[in-house]
Write a protein that binds this ligand. Structure first.
Ligand code: ADP
Ligand code: MG
Length: 417
């Protein structure tokens, strides 16, 4: 019993160490090969738990290698997990002195199971992730209990219960620490993004403002010149073109200033359904030129409280990006619906898609992969949605396409009785 407890404490620390390692690597030592170090820690933990397994009695040993494998599958990736599987088989063969086919079989089944759960897992809340962990531990515990019921003693079964419970606590603790670390990292990144954006828009606004004054002066003088009858014929035309261009510049600056100064937006009840249909009609010719068909499924009577110009700009930015991403044509789908007081607008393209790195950079000013891109479209779109107290979610797969989901608070009509 004493050695059992000692072993168990050792294993518990070994597993929870993974959580702390993750936190340390990703929070304190950003940038410096965190992934490599974390993979190393997981491999080390798996090897140690196998070399020093928990002793139930002289003939019965269990280890916790499943947990590093779980962490590896769900938080590192399938390719590395295959490497880990190789290591597990290697260590096991080394310990027992011969190849153990049952481990290969078991872990191949577990690998396939985890692989099919991966996507599902990544979208779940912390509570559900813990439940999935509990499920995995229970399944393994039950198969072991089944084996013991046939050939084991009562004491062994009690030890197994304790062991299973401690395994779960260790896994839960590790998942919790990793998830909290990821959550903190995400918050920090969002803060940085917001900070960068507000600094840039403030700077840009002050520059734009400064440009406005000299422009007014130039415009005034040019008008005086235009009224001068003694100018040779052509000059009159030059001046009117220059004035027109100046006015155009003025409009661009005004628009920009209204963006940089969020308080200028004029919010009102907006019929989003009608606006969406309008925008689709507006974008259709552009889409057809690129051999793209826009299809839509839009619920009736979607209402938001917003500035219609802004919502228009937001949607056009995202639809335009989608169209630009589909170099070989295809379908662009717009789906809008209301669920629990939130309006969801899903904009799905079948374009080139983005990888994880690209997704992280979305919305950063001047981030563009296009030759003639500005890298401002999405930044402005994120800002518009933020100010509407909504959010944007992006799912993308390289070569398959991208889905932008915009969530906006709906205006619901209350019927007073
Ligand atoms: P721009 O369109 O001027 O490049 P945006 O801010 O609109 O600037 O977009 C930034 C970058 O995000 C694009 O250059 C592109 O790489 C990527 N992107 C945006 N939307 C998509 C999409 N639907 N599919 C693939 N990549 C996209
Ligand atoms: Mg764009």
């Amino acid at each position: 019993m004493v050695s059992f407890t000692k072993d168990l404490i050792l294993h518990f620390s070994l597993i929870v160490f993974l959580g702390f390692m993750y936190n340390y690597l990703y929070m304190q030592r950003r940038e410096i090969h965190q992934r490599r170090w974390f993979i190393g820690s997981v491999f080390l933990a798996a090897s140690l738990t196998m070399i020093f397994p928990v002793e139930f009695d002289q003939s019965l040993y269990f280890d916790l290698k499943l947990i590093p494998f779980f962490i590896c599958m769900f938080y590192i990736g399938p390719a590395v997990s295959i490497g880990l599987l190789g290591l597990i088989i290697g260590v096991q063969s080394f310990i027992t002195g011969s190849f153990v086919p049952i481990i290969l079989l078991n872990y191949t089944i577990i690998f396939i199971l985890f692989l099919s759960l991966r996507k599902f897992y990544s979208h779940k809340s912390l509570k559900n992730k813990l439940l999935i962990g509990l499920g995995v531990i229970l399944i393994v515990g039950t198969t072991r209990a089944g084996a013991l019921l046939i050939g084991g003693s009562l004491e062994q079964i009690i030890l197994l219960l304790i062991y299973t419970f401690v395994s779960f606590i260790a896994l839960a603790g590790t998942i919790y620490i990793i998830e909290m670390t990821n959550f903190q990292l995400k918050t920090i990144n969002e803060l940085h993004k917001a900070e960068k954006f507000s600094a840039i828009s403030q700077l840009a606004a002050s520059v734009a403002h400064e440009i406005r004054n000299p422009m007014t002066t130039i415009r005034g003088f040019m008008q005086i010149l235009q009224n001068d009858r003694s100018l040779p014929g052509n000059y009159d035309m030059f001046l009117s073109v220059s004035l027109q261009e100046l006015d155009r510049t003025q409009t661009i600056i005004d628009n920009f200033l209204s963006l940089a100064k969020p308080n200028n937006s004029r919010k009102h009840h907006l019929d989003l359904t009608a606006l969406l249909y309008q925008i689709i009609e507006f974008m259709k010719p552009y889409a057809h030129m690129a051999n793209i068909n826009i299809s839509s499924e839009i619920e009736e009577n979607l209402q938001v409280n917003a500035d219609s110009q802004e919502v228009r700009q937001l949607l056009i930015n995202i639809i335009k990006n989608g169209i630009e991403a589909m170099e070989d044509g295809g379908n662009f789908t717009i789906h809008a619906y209301i669920r629990n007081e939130d309006i969801y607008i899903e904009l799905v393209d079948e374009g080139i898609g983005m990888n994880k790195k690209q997704l992280e950079r979305l919305g950063n000013p001047y981030y563009s992969t296009k030759e003639k891109g500005t890298g401002l479209g999405l930044m402005i779109s994120y800002d518009i949605v933020n100010r509407m107290k909504g959010s944007i979610k992006v799912d993308s797969q390289m070569g398959l396409g991208t889905k932008f989901t915009i969530l906006l608070p709906a205006v619901t009509h209350r019927i007073d009785t």
